[in-house]
Every structure is written in C-alpha cells, then in structure tokens.
Design a protein around this ligand. Sequence first.
Ligand code: ADP
Ligand code: MG
Length: 697
Amino acid sequence: MTVTLDTPLTRFPGVGKTRGEKLAKLGLLRAEDLVTYYPRGYEDRRQHYTIQGAPLGVRICITALVAQRPRFSRIRKGLELVQLKAADETGVLHLTFFNQSYVEKALQVGVEYVFFGAVEEQGRRRSMVNPVFERADRPLATGRIMPLYPLTAGISNHLISSLTQQALPCAGQLPETLPAALRREYQLAGLEYALNHIHFPADDRALELARRRLTFEELFYLSVGLSLLKGRRTGEVGCALPSRPLGEFTSLLPFAPTSAQERVMREIAADLSAGRPMNRLVQGDVGSGKTAVAAFAAWMAARGGCQAALMAPTEVLAEQHYRSLSALLAPSGMRVGLLTGALSPREKGEIRRALAAGELDLAVGTHALISPQVSFRRLALIIADEQHRFGVAQRAALADKSGTGGMPPPHVLVMSATPIPRTLALIIYGDLDVSVIDQLPPGRTPVATYVVGEDKRERMYHFVRAQVALGRQVYLICPAVEDNPQAALPGEEERSPNLKAVKSYAARLQREIFPELRVGVLHGRLRPREKEQVMAAFAAGEIQILVSTTVVEVGVDVPNASLMIVENADRFGLSQLHQLRGRVGRGRHQSYCVLVTSTRNPETLQRLRILSSTTDGFHIAEEDLRLRGPGDFFGSRQHGLPQMKLADLTGDTRLLTQAQQAARFLLQQDPHLTQAENRPVLDQVRRLFADTPDIFN
Ligand code: ADP
Ligand code: MG
C-alpha cells in the first residue's frame, strides 16, 4: 500500500469499521493525522538483558522462549490471572498477567518473545508482572525508544505505533512550514526529520532535536497569531474621544484617587483620545480601586457622546457594579443600565431597545452583553472586569462589536486582579498594553491572617459573634455546594472527610451555632434572581454571616464585612485565597482572615502560612506557581488560548522567548504575511487558532 497524506485509516490493514470509529474519536482519520499525533511520552526499550543478568526493578527487555502453555485462573470475580514460564540460556523467568486473559491465547509455546518489564526476585526465583511483549522475530518496539500515545478505550498503544510507522513515509509530503532563514537562525531541524524522530527517535539527541523543532514551531505560530491580533488593531482607526480635565471626573468620587489610579486614568485618557483603538489591561491587586478607573473610562466615552459596556464574569458582580456605577455616575447625568440573564425577557428587550436607541450611556452585564442580539447605537468602549475569566476569543468577540452607523472598532479595557507571572502574561496578554495600579488606597490596615486547626473552631465561632456584636459582617467560604463531596470533588473525600458543604453547613450554623444571628447562603447553583437577593441582603447588612462558595471570589465589595473565614483552606490555591481575603479589609475596620484546615501536612501548613506573612499578590502568585506548578494556575484552558500539543506554556520559557523574537522579526518583514514564502505560516496560524473563531476574519 502506498500511503499518502490523505489515505483514510480504514484502508490500513487491521483497521475495520469499529477501530476506524474509535480512532476518529482521537481525531485520527487520515494518514496525516497520525503523523502529527505526537506521543505524550516515551519508553526506553533499548536496554536488553538475559534473565540472570537483568538488573532488578527497572524496565528492560528480555528475549525468552515460552516454555509452557499459559495457565488461566480466576482468583475471584474481577481478578483473572495468566501465568507461565519463559526461558533463555541463563535461566527461567516466571511471568504473571493480571486481568489480561487474551495473553493465554496470544503467547505460543516454543516461540521466542521479547518481554519488556521490571524483573523482581524472591530467593532465586525471577519474575515479571504484566510485561508487554512482542515476537522476537518481528520486533517493532524492541531496541528503540518507543512512543507512548494518548489512547482511548479499544485502541492500544501498539496499534497506534504500528499505524504511525506505516504512515510515516508520507511525512515527506508535508510541505516545510518554517521559512528556511528562520530554521538556520534558530538551528531547527527540518520538518520531515522532526516528525520521524518525534515518533521513533533514533537516539536521545534526535529526540531532543525533533522536540525542539516542533515545540518552537507551536510557540512560533502562537506568537505570530497573537501579534497579528494585536497588530490588527493597531493599524485601525479608533474613535477619538475628546480629552477632559481629570478633575471633572475625580470630583464625582467620594474619595481622592491614589496617585497610581490617577496615572492609570491618564494613560487611558491618552489612549482614548489618540484616534486608535485602545487595547489595554489594567492590573491591580484586590482593593486597589480598579472600579473607579473603569468608571473614568466609561465617563470619558459618555462625555464624548458615545456608549460604553462593562462585562463582569458573574451576575453577582455585574449587579454590584451596576449599583456602584449608577450611584457614582448618575449625578453627572449618565444613564446606566443592567443586562443580565436574570432579567425577564421583557426587561431584557427593553434594555436592548434602549441600547440600540442610544438612550443608555453605560451597559453593565455579563456575557449576555456580547450576544448577537445586543446592538448599540454608538459603542466606543468595552470594559471587561476580572479579565482572567475571559479568554482571548471573548476579547476578540468584544472588539468586533462595533456600533451601528459606521462606528469605528471600540476601545477595549480589561481589568484583572490576578497577578500573573511574567512568562504567562507575555502570552496571555501578548496582545495588550499594560497599566499597573501598584498602590492601595490610604488607611488600609492589612488583613490580619491566621491559619488555624479544628481545635480552634469554638474560639473562631466566638470571634464571629464578637465581630457581629461590633456591627460587622462575616463571610464564611466552603469548597462544596452539596453534602456529597464525592460528586462535587472527585477523589477528595478521603483526604478531607469534613469537607464543609455550603447548604448543610449553613443550615447547621443557623440552627445550632448562631441561632441568634442571620445566616445567608450563596452558591453558583442558585438562580440568578436568588443570588441577587442574597447579595443585596448582605450588602444592606440584613445578613450577618454569608456562607458561600467561591462565587464571592472576585470583586464583591461590602466594606462593612470584616471577617473572612475559609473552611478547608488547604483545598484552595494561594492566589485564590488571596482573592477571597480581598473581600474584607475594604472599609475602615480592622479586618481578619481565618484559614481553617484539618491538615497536618507540614508543607500544606507552610504554604498557607505564606498568606499570614504577606499581602503582596504578586509574591503570593509566584509562590503559588512555584509550589503547585503551572497546571493549577488557571484551571484548564481558562485563558482561552489554543491547545498546545507539545509546548508547556510555563516551562519552555527560553524557547518561547526565541519564538516570540522570531515572530516579531517575521512580522516586521511581512506584516500581513502576504509574501508567498510566508503563506504556509499564515495557514498554520489559522489552523492553530481554528478553535478560537472570530480571531482571524
Ligand atoms: P478592586 O481593584 O478590587 O476592584 P474596588 O474598585 O472594588 O477594588 O475598590 C475597593 C474599595 O476601595 C471600594 O470600596 C472603593 O470605593 C475603595 N476605593 C477605591 N479607590 C479609593 C481611593 N483612592 N481612596 C479610598 N478608597 C478607595
Ligand atoms: Mg473589582
């Protein structure tokens, strides 16, 4: 069979309809898909030993003759055993297979196989458990570095590797995508070489070369894509809003802005009046006063006769912004509206009509704001609050929401409290200019933070009563909603048998611990209306203790709340705890954060104590990254970037820097990748961002 890139896998020997469907589930339909389906790891099958000569405990190959018919036995339901002996000239190897009954038929007496596994020894008896094996006269894996592929039920690693081996000859038909000059400059292997050796590396060096080339390529396309995204906007004409004296706005504020707030407002003002679309990120730790900065931008838009939209990641937050922004801006004559999923269809219709008619100056809402049914009369500015919840794609969708009547593309302002380590920021915000509010409003006393064990629970409840007696309010955060930790948090129930579940815990607190106080419950499964009511009641002081999941994590502002208690605190990341802690210490009262944990693990305790020793969000984020690794930092795919196959966005820093440099250089030469030789790059970038529509259109 001659294989071309387009050969369907069902034409490969051994792939029928069923297997074909299973392969399709992995995205494998044609030969080309196999060639670009990279291993997730490797197994070194180059070490070959005799039975007696084999070292113990490491996975190695042994060639041996099956000396005995395999014996099948069922120990009990769910535990089947196949046992046999194999031999070479140095001795006997006892083989045991658990729950692999097919082995009984697969291994034939008198035939030589290569067994790959770890040898164990009891007395003089040498054995291997669950080795993988292949016939010695038809070796595929033996003697090489074997690829390990991501699999699915019914598809073995052996199948994928042998199919890939058959498909690889067509790798040469794939056009080289990286420009030759760039390959020379960064000493990158050719595509065909890289593809061959990423699957079946000749040796360690070949593997390293292959991986470097393909990883670089991925990071390069990512960088090019993000630069195009940024460049797409810098070339555009934006709506030039007239500058106004800053004092006109700050006189609306109930406080004097910090000098950091003022500096950022000036940066924004410069952007908004420059005639180019703004694309700016404002980073500021919790409580640094980002809302006032957002209000300023919206105010400038309204003063210029245009509309602004502010998107928040949750309904609770949208409603809160709506309340505080209307209070702040209405006195200047601005008309502010709220659009969330919680509104009735009639209310929604009315807000949409008013927006389209230009009767509202500022719309506050959730994702509902970017739905296609919403149109604006003169939209000049889009603000996204707590930006890490919005991906690159949503930002692009926002930016595409120009108004009717020939409005230029809107200015985009994103605000984030999540301090992001530099490498990640480079990628995630590669398309943005950055302003930092690096100062907290004056008079803030740092939130006193304590890590306590279960033995302090009674004292903690006393402390709650004492704070409420002073007129303060309390947040109490739990990790789960229902009383079924297994459903809420797979695999965690053993480690944290007392996982506090919001609903039942709140009920118990009200009944048994604080019968004299008003306890409220807030979690993500409430209907938007209910959430709104609870939040409003808490803001109004009607609820004294708010038992909640992390839905209050971002942005909620109730200055009278002075105590934040986090149950099962070890379940959370440091940055997340820092965000939670930011919900208190917002008023003039001394505030407290109590992290409750039943863990005795010294490392976990040490990790939590970092929070009692510092209030610097960036420092905390870095510790978090160092201790927990990058995987947890954002949760999966929250950043909305295309999926990388090989590159680790936080680990491959050096390669990333090089790839970004290469991308910059290429785009200097050919800003829109219109030259024929760069066409393949553009195609690859489009492909990479294919899951992220709206970016390149
Ligand atoms: P974040 O940056 O976390 O969004 P907010 O904008 O919610 O912070 O502000 C936190 C609190 O600080 C609010 O109660 C706000 O009114 C107050 N605040 C903001 N700026 C100042 C300032 N310059 N002086 C005093 N209080 C301020
Ligand atoms: Mg905020």
